[in-house]
Ligand binder design. Structure first.
Ligand code: SF4
Length: 74
């Protein structure tokens, strides 16, 4: 499993993560910041997610592309 954390307060809403990996990331309709899609959230927190290893490439591409480097994987 791959755990994901988005430091949402630092997000610039550049859209790169949800364009790169829309299966996992999306724009929050209220604050326009990136969040984890509901299916993959942990504890109902839009900033915390967990996906299976077969989705790692997609998530990693998004994390590496984030211009402010606020998507963390573990
Ligand atoms: S790539 Fe980074 S800055 Fe851009 S929307 Fe996603 S989390 Fe926010």
């Amino acid at each position: 499993m791959v755990r994901i954390t988005i430091e949402r307060e630092e997000c610039t809403s550049c859209a790169l993560c949800w364009e790169t990996c829309p299966e996992v990331f999306e724009e929050n309709p209220d604050d326009t910041l990136s969040q984890i899609v509901e299916e993959y959230r942990r504890g109902g927190d839009p900033a915390e997610g967990e996906v299976s290893d077969d989705m790692e490439d997609c998530v990693r591409d998004a994390a590496e592309g984030c211009p402010v480097e606020i998507i963390r994987l573990s």
